[in-house]
Write a protein that binds this ligand. Structure first.
Ligand code: CU
Length: 129
């Protein structure tokens, strides 16, 4: 009897695992990967020095596994600390930057979206003199 019950439980666990896997896998096919929707400063823009760089994506992110780097024209990192999620938007990621002198800056982002897909990209903005 115990044996039967164990076998039954094992079978049930197996079916349950299948159901969970199906539930996890099916939305993946439906969702597009997270792409950069917009940012401040905007890609290609010229303007005043920002105190932080904020990126909004097309899908929710896993902030722990997502990064933003900001580098000056010499490739020196000018961001301070780690990228953090937006206060009430799971598709938002921001990073603070040191006071930025005029020049061109590169933003390099690597993110893990909640559908477990990794995407990355980069863009530049310019701080006006
Ligand atoms: Cu995806």
């Amino acid at each position: 009897m115990t044996l039967h019950r164990n076998a039954f439980n094992a079978a049930r666990r197996h079916i349950l695992a299948g159901v969970v896997a199906a539930a996890v896998l099916s939305p993946m096919a439906a969702f597009a990967h997270a792409h950069l929707d917009r940012s401040t400063p905007a890609a290609g823009s010229t303007g005043p020095a920002p105190t932080e760089v904020t990126l909004w994506f097309t899908e929710a992110l896993e902030p722990k596994f997502s990064t933003i780097e900001v580098r000056d024209a010499k490739g020196v990192a000018v961001h301070t600390g780690k990228a953090t999620p937006g206060p009430d938007n799971t598709a938002e990621l921001r990073v603070a930057v040191h006071p930025l002198p005029p020049g061109r800056y590169q933003v390099i982002w690597r993110i893990l979206s909640v559908d477990t897909h990794r995407t990355s990209g980069e863009f530049a903005f310019t701080v006006a003199p």
